[in-house]
Ligand binder design. Sequence first.
Ligand code: HEM
Length: 416
Amino acid sequence: MLRILMMSGDPVAQLIARHPDKDPYSVYESIREKGVLVRGNIGAFATCDHELASAILRDSSRFGSFAIAKAKPIDTTVYDDNGERLIVPMDDSFLSMDPPDHTRLRRMVAPWFSPRAIRERTATIETMLEELLDDLAAQGEWDAVNDLAVRVPIRVISAFFGIGEEDFELFRRWGGIIGTSVDGIRTMGDLKTFRQMLIEMQEFFGDLIELRKREPGNDLVTFMVQAEPEGEPLSWHDMVATCGVLLGAGFETTVNLIGNCILTVLSDPDLRQQLIDSPELIPNAVEEVLRWDAPVQYLLRVTTEPVTIAGVDIPADSPVFVVVGGANRDPKVFGDNAQEFDLHRKNSREHLTFGDGIHLCVGAGLARIEAAATLRVLLRKFPDLHLADGAERRPTRVVRGMTSLPVRPGAGAVRA
Ligand code: HEM
């Protein structure tokens, strides 16, 4: 069905049907040409307009968060073997809540992401990168995504939970499943994998919460266990969902930001040289990658009531795709060269990659630091690093990035 609509030129179907080899930015431009807010034949709407995208994200009362578990075509509400509904972190955490619950839970984790808390983490992140890259230096060719990018956010998030690297493979597998599930769960096989992950994750965080009750540490889980926002302890359900969303929202997104940064920089020898000569420009480069090749390409909202916006009537319960990857290239905001990467762009930071409104990404500062630190240490240690053959793009549509990015030091650039 989706394929037929896609072939008929339906812009929304083209957006959500899998097109791993098709450049998504040309799809966004075709949506932009059709209007500020377009309606697809399947009753869903989409916008690539920066002003409208931002307005929709800030209007959380009329444009509610979308729950993965209710994603069509399969109702993916999932239960354990005793018939209890499993916690779906992206749906059951404050990411998908409205005030006042959203405010209460977000306020609790926010201090862990304050500029000061992040500054304090930077040195640890750089030391970890130095060690990682020293190990990789011994190998001739290595994979910038699988040997480097995945390791950075996993270590950072593990530190929030007060655990070491022992659960690396588990977190990596769960992160991969979540990164795919945000595209929508389409088959019974997807559903089975998703359910199994939820069972494992709930058990893992449940055990961790019990451990921190018995043996408090200096970590976010201990903090949650001891917290009493508004005089009430947090429920077990909220604690598990919060742990899950930090892993779910903070892992694949950051892996792909780091991968996209490395790909962009190594694809352009002049850019690479500018950043080696002037490392103070690295944060600009990260910001421009966030705009130009965002690791999260679109967000989904559902109207909570009939809405008329940008001259279009949207019925209640309609899905609205807020295409941040398209809004980030809106010429009205980013000028005639919006399609180009510009290291010196003055307003890169106006991108919507971290969302907008009450759900604006709480980990944005941390992700920026992780990506900038990776580029800084990478270019310092490997000033002659090049792309090697075999780069592969992820087939996912919401999360954009590489599954594999082979690199090698030394002469002889291979362009992606
Ligand atoms: C490049 C990396 C990242 C990107 C592109 C990203 C993107 C986003 C976006 C778009 C949202 C809003 C979702 C919506 O409105 O539906 C969001 C929310 C959120 N992000 Fe991030 N994120 C990144 C990194 C992180 C990190 C490192 C963490 C934490 C470790 C994190 C934790 C969260 C949480 C908890 C929320 C929910 C905020 C709320 O509802 O108030 N994210 N993120």
